[in-house]
Design a protein around this ligand. Structure first.
Ligand SMILES: Nc1nc2c(ncn2[C@@H]2O[C@H](COP(=O)(O)OP(=O)(O)OP(=O)(O)O)[C@@H](O)[C@H]2O)c(=O)[nH]1
Length: 343
């Protein structure tokens, strides 16, 4: 095709598409009196100019703001001295967020004929492949809005479900699977948090560490499942005997539990530990391997005011040492770190 013809067809198309995108009503003057074509997403055959003008005005009224036409492909044809054709593929981006039309490919065929000294559109076939448009709609706006609403509702539901799943996952990752109390990871976080809080407030922090006595024997005699049930019963007891909302009961590992007592001094921690000893005894779970004949535990208690000179683990070390002394002393008793034994 001679370049001059190519430029002519190109500029006819570009003028048309600019008027269409900018909602310029001068577009109407481009139509031939002898016009026929297909309109919008409804694929209606229009064979008189007046009807086409009505449809164009409806189109502009439905979306008065500028559209963005994203061209995908374009073919220019020089059919005769006075007839040229353009075929274009593009996405139409409406001036509001929507995910349907923007992804569909619109097809446009324009046939221009030279009438006197002006090129007029004798045929136009724009197809927005939908069939979704309602009566008197060029764009399927009712449907698009409805689908957007449905999508938003779906996203909200999914977001909610995701948040709930995350919450459950978070809870699971902080919980000991067998006993349902906090796990070691959760305890480590709580200890570090409460240690920092104690550093700021100067309040004391206490830890009770508890280890079931001769639990290996319990397992060997009663079986591992009975051992599990025993640990579960003890965890329930501990969880119920927490005194304040801030107290944390956790499984430290194996048959060892801890209770972290924020803002609690030595005297109160000892009282609490003694209370635990009594409660465990009153559970009266049979245990043939210990002198008492029932499940007992040994407890180590540590109490201190957090200091910048020590890491939080210092509290655990202290409680662990006290617990070791309780075991050495014959079990079923409590020792306080760096303090004489109490029963
Ligand atoms: N059933 C069961 N047993 C566990 C679990 N975790 C640890 N144990 C058992 O706990 C027992 C701990 O035994 P040891 O560390 O020897 O201590 P112990 O027999 O309790 O003796 P002392 O601590 O000295 O009183 C082992 O037999 C472990 O198998 C568990 O989740 N379920």
């Amino acid at each position: 095709m001679p370049p001059i013809r190519q430029r002519l067809i190109q500029s006819l198309f570009e003028d048309y598409i600019e008027m269409y995108a900018s909602r310029d009503e001068r577009l109407i003057t481009c139509f031939s009196e002898n016009f026929s074509g297909y309109a919008g997403s409804s694929d209606v055959l229009v064979s008189d100019r007046a009807e086409w003008v009505r449809i164009t005005k409806l189109d502009f009224a439905q979306v008065p703001e500028r559209l963005h036409i994203e061209m995908l492909d374009l073919a220019l044809q020089d059919l005769a001295d006075d007839v040229v054709a353009v075929t274009a593929f593009f996405h139409i981006h409406l001036p509001f967020p929507e995910n349907i039309l923007a992804r569909e490919t619109a097809r446009l065929v324009l046939i221009f004929r030279l009438e006197g000294d002006a090129w007029k559109i004798a045929h136009s076939s724009i197809s927005i492949p939908f069939g979704l448009a309602g009566d008197d709609e060029i764009y399927p706006m009712v449907n698009l809005r409805e689908r957007n609403r449905e999508l938003e509702a779906l996203i909200e539901t999914r977001t909610h479900a995701l948040a709930e799943a995350n919450r459950k996952l978070e809870a699971l990752s902080n919980t000991d699977g067998l006993t349902g109390v906090a796990n070691r990871r959760s305890f480590d976080q709580a200890l570090s948090r409460e240690w920092d809080r104690g550093l700021r407030s100067g309040a004391p922090l206490s830890l009770v560490m508890l280890d079931v006595d001769l639990f290996k024997h319990f397992n060997d005699t009663n079986g591992h499942l009975a051992g599990d049930a025993c640990l579960q019963a003890l965890a329930r007891l501990l969880a119920q005997s927490g005194r304040r909302a801030g107290d944390l009961v956790a499984r430290f590992g194996g048959e060892e539990f801890v209770v972290l007592l924020p803002e609690t001094g030595g005297d109160d921690a000892v009282k609490f530990a003694n209370h635990l000893l009594d409660e465990i005894r009153s559970l009266a779970l049979p245990h043939a391997g210990v002198p008492a004949g029932i499940v007992t535990a040994s407890l180590g208690v540590a109490s201190l005011t957090p200091s910048r000179n020590d890491p939080p683990e210092f509290l655990v070390e202290q409680a662990d040492r006290a617990l070791y002394r309780a075991k050495q002393a014959g079990r079923n008793c409590m020792y306080v770190a760096d303090a004489p034994r109490t029963d």
